[in-house]
Design a protein around this ligand. Structure first.
Ligand code: TPP
Ligand code: MG
Length: 798
């Protein structure tokens, strides 16, 4: 028998779908109103001093509610600071959390994106769990942590989109259903119109067009980059005009390009749906140039746009405000009347006000509790030290009078109280409280530069290489080649790419013959574009793969450095552990020939890549052990293979995939009693020449290879050597004051090495200029054995 209740007439169905449509539209408008109200109140919070800085998404609301409609579970967003409406519409944030971040609330339960470490509207969702395992990304809406350098999100977005292509193309990756649903995920990227002036934007667009990856890019065009209008930013004042040559045509690669008006809700919904669906199905990248957007409150809380916009422009912005236009459209299409919309708008206002107030109470309560506790203690102190009673009481009174106290104020007051207490007994418990608070704040503000749980490189156990008696003696590059072959056979998540890495197997043949064996989806060539090669690596690593992203020579690290420093190195810290990026950047360097193939800018890298593991192996057997360690950890890493090591003969270990080199553990490669010589990489071979020569003169050098510059000698092995020799020299090929000075500082200051010195410690480095071409250029530009001998002889005679 048929169930009559299940039968709907055509009219009923139409009515239902109209109701559904209407309620969806009104919900979108409601989110736009919520978002607008957050912007308005957010600005007030900054101007009244409750937050330090604010940057808001007003004027972009309607475009973002429209875009968010086509964001599916499993998709990724790599956006920027204007994305608050997007985040509200996706349901990944709410008003309370939004304000918590604005106040820099360090409690993760309040600001679940950055625990107060990032400015407002820098959202992020969890990619890894406490064990360092990737969560089920396919069932979630994934927001990669925003960053503020303009266009800084674009390199990563390329990698996130590339992930879908790789998951779709590599059969063996189908065994990880939590990471991808057959590559159906797209990566949404948002960028401001002015930021398209950055070179990396163009690099990303070109690479996406070549690679054919599902990158969905929205350019929010409000005509300005802070105060500078399009006239000074963009040729022809139109990014879509310029991008026309990239348009995909029949039988070509390229991108799909659409131009829409940012106030036209219905128009945008239609066009976004089409472009995004194509990207999802065919992996054709798409750019939506969203024009005629506004900034009702100007760029940020740091200035007012009345200073640089004309009255006509300001009038135009009021008239074409997208929330206003959507409201008019709703009324014109009889989806709601004025009264209903007013009720909705007033509800949005109340909700935002309530959310904001709750966020403030949540934020300020623990600080006020600290204030109260410390003020009580200080008042007690005043009783104990009557002669200082008045100034001590004033400290407590000033602290409690502060309506918006910071943790900093509490500590500063305690410090002042300690000073006033002088040598009185009470000072001990005051210091205890001060130190307890310091420890508590350290956890809040200084943790997670590196992975701290099982994902930490420091948890990797050492396994020694096994070198059988009959081990073949082969070239360094062949050791790597055999290793990569086995690695790609056993670990489907490893992907390698770079310039000349695919077909010819890299310029030093580490991957020679391996593309044919393991497939073009896993080992492949890229264009000459170091910054986006790094971006590919970052995006893939965030998606749970294990990319080895190559920069052909260390001299070209500068091209790729921005995204490594700003994005990869800060990611774990700025999400307080929500996201990890186990990219391995592979490069080769140190002495070879000429100004641009001899680089060893290790100081530059050590200082710009805090958050990375930096491996500086002296040969390829060491390098393999380091690769094995890195692949067991979630920390990002830089591997600098030494250029003069590829043709060095080495014995092939039999446990290639098993042995590890622990990070932060130096190796004594020659024992000695007279002087400790600390170095790494290629320079060690020159040092060993000098050491052999000095040995004949009766000077015994202890030569130490630090192996990793970050982390550095965690158990202070160098100090132990120094205790024995009482003399130390740090040698490398960097500029004076570079990585040798960094090692010097580590041993002298952190390890307290100065206590064990009989003569003044030194550094021997390359010259401040780059080495000239040819063998003499190298000899006179980089440290040489004779120079090292002379310096050590002088130290022995001192
Ligand atoms: C590399 C870099 N240079 C400068 C800045 C300072 N800055 C922040 S936002 C901005 C303008 C960006 O304009 P646009 O891309 O149009 O985005 P909008 O703010 O207009 O949405 C500038 C210059 C920055 N954050 N990063
Ligand atoms: Mg702009």
């Amino acid at each position: 028998m048929m169930d009559n209740t299940a039968i709907l007439t055509t009219q009923d169905t139409e009515k239902l779908s109209f109701d559904k449509f209407r309620s969806e539209v009104l919900n979108d408008y409601y989110i736009a109103c919520i978002s607008r109200e957050t912007s308005l109140l957010g600005r007030k919070e900054v101007l009244t001093g409750k937050a330090k800085f604010g940057i808001f998404g007003d004027g972009k609301e309607i475009a973002q509610v429209a875009a968010a409609k086509f964001f599916q579970k499993g998709d990724f967003l790599a956006g920027y600071y204007r994305d608050q409406t997007f985040a509200f519409a996706l349901g990944v944030t709410n008003v309370e959390q939004y304000f918590a971040q604005l106040y820099a609330d360090p409690d993760f339960t309040h600001d679940p994106f950055s625990a107060g470490r990032q400015m407002n509207a820098h959202f992020a969702t969890a990619f890894v769990d406490k064990n360092g395992d990737w969560v089920d990304l396919v069932s979630r809406k994934n927001i990669t942590s925003n960053l503020a350098p303009t266009a800084g999100q674009t390199p990563r977005s390329l990698g996130l989109a590339l992930g879908s292509k790789i998951f779709r193309g590599v059969e063996r990756l189908k065994q990880f259903p939590n990471l991808s649903n057959n590559g159906n995920e797209v990566c949404f990227t948002t960028i401001g119109d002015a930021s398209t002036s950055e070179g990396v934007f163009w690099e990303t667009i070109n690479a996406a067009g070549v690679l054919q990856v599902p990158l969905v890019m929205f350019v929010w065009d409000d005509g300005y980059g802070i105060s500078v209008p399009k006239k000074y930013q963009t040729t022809k004042e139109s990014i879509s005009e310029l991008l026309k040559g990239f348009q995909k045509e029949n039988g070509t690669n390229g991108i799909n390009l659409y131009t829409v008006k940012g106030w036209d809700y219905a128009g945008m919904c239609e066009i976004f749906e089409e472009g995004i669906q194509l990207a999802r199905e065919t992996h054709t990248p798409v750019v939506f140039h969203v024009e005629e957007l506004t900034q009702p409150q100007g760029h940020s809380t740091s200035g007012s746009h009345e200073r640089y916009k004309t009255t006509e422009r300001l009038e135009w912005e009021r008239e074409w405000d997208s929330n206003r236009k959507m409201r008019e459209w709703i009324m014109a299409n009889s989806l709601a009347d004025d009264e209903e919309l007013e009720e909705l708008e007033s509800r949005a206002k109340t909700n935002v006000r309530d959310g904001k107030s709750k966020a403030w109470v949540n934020y300020i309560t623990p600080v006020k509790n600290q204030v109260q506790k410390v003020a009580e203690l200080i008042n007690n102190l005043a009783v104990n030290i009557p002669e200082q009673s008045a100034p001590i009481k004033k400290l407590a009174a000033d602290l409690t009078a502060n309506r918006e106290p910071l943790r900093r104020d509490v500590l500063q007051t305690l410090n002042d109280a300690i000073n006033l207490a002088g040598s009185h007994d009470s000072v001990f418990w005051l210091k205890d409280i001060y130190n307890d608070l310091l420890t508590e704040n350290k956890l809040l503000f200084n943790s997670h530069l590196y992975n701290e749980g099982p994902g930490s490189i420091l948890n990797v156990r050492e396994v020694k290489p096994v070198i059988p008696a009959d081990a073949p003696l082969i070239n360094g590059f062949e050791v790597l080649n055999k290793y990569f072959d086995k690695l790609f056979e056993t670990n489907p998540k490893v992907i390698a790419f770079g310039e000349d890495l695919g077909l010819i197997g890299d310029v030093n043949q580490g991957f020679s013959g391996l593309q044919v064996k393991h497939g073009e989806n896993r080992i492949f060539d890229t264009g000459i574009r170091e910054l986006t090669i790094m971006g590919q690596g970052i995006g893939l690593a965030m998606r749970g793969l294990r990319p080895i992203a190559e920069i052909q020579y260390i001299d070209y690290m500068l091209y790729g450095l921005q995204t490594l420093s700003d994005d990869a190195a800060t990611l774990h810290f700025r999400t307080k552990g929500l996201q990890s990026c186990p990219i391995i950047v592979r490069t080769r360097g140190h002495r070879l020939e000429g100004m641009w193939h001899s680089g060893s800018p290790m100081g530059l890298l050590v200082h710009s890549l805090r958050g990375f593991v930096i491996c500086v192996p002296r040969n390829m057997v060491q390098a393999v052990g380091m690769y094995n360690s890195l692949l067991q950890s979630n920390d990002p890493a830089l591997m600098v293979e030494c250029l003069n090591g590829y043709r060095l003969k080495e014995k092939l270990p039999s446990n290639l995939l098993e042995y590890t080199v622990p990070a932060g553990v130096p190796e004594v490669i020659k024992e000695g009693n007279d002087i400790t010589v600390v170095s790494y990489g290629s320079t060690l071979r020159i040092i060993m020449d000098a050491a052999r020569s000095l040995e004949k003169l009766g000077i015994s050098c202890e030569v130490i290879d630090v192996q990793t510059l970050l982390p550095f000698d965690i158990d202070h092995a160098i100090l132990e050597s120094l205790k024995k020799t009482n003399r130390i020299v740090f040698i490398d090929e960097d500029v004076p004051g570079g990585a040798a000075a960094y090692m010097f500082n580590e041993v002298m200051e952190k390890q307290g090495g100065y206590k064990y010195l009989d003569v003044s410690p030194r550094t021997i480095t390359g010259k401040a200029h780059r080495p000239g071409y040819g063998s003499d250029g190298d000899y006179f530009g980089k440290p040489n054995a004779e120079e090292i001998e002379t310096a050590i002889k002088a130290m022995m005679a001192e």
